[in-house]
Design a protein around this ligand. Structure first.
Ligand SMILES: [Zn+2]
Length: 87
């Protein structure tokens, strides 16, 4: 295997909600899509982020959509995100 983008699972056009992927870390087919708050080591928190998580080893995978949200959030200071959604 020589994949250089290990954090980008190949997305098919399937509309199945319960898509299950094979975990690249433990090799088990236990990677499911979840929507939950993700905290990174550098303090960045993404609430209710849709991503993949392995039920066996807790490895997390982020697809292009998730990566976009992470990048956007990392550009905005946390203090400035208060008031989001206010008219
Ligand atoms: Zn795993």
């Amino acid at each position: 295997m020589s994949s250089s983008r290990r954090n980008a699972p190949r997305m098919s056009k399937s509309r199945s909600k319960e898509k299950i992927l094979t975990c690249p870390t433990c090799g088990k087919r236990t990677m499911v899509r979840v929507r939950k708050t993700v905290r990174f080591d550098d303090g960045l928190v993404i609430p209710r982020l849709l991503h993949y998580e392995c039920r066996s080893c807790r490895e997390q995978l982020f697809d292009d959509h998730a990566m976009t949200r992470i990048e956007e959030a990392s550009l905005v200071p946390i203090e400035n995100s208060i008031g989001d959604g206010m008219p």
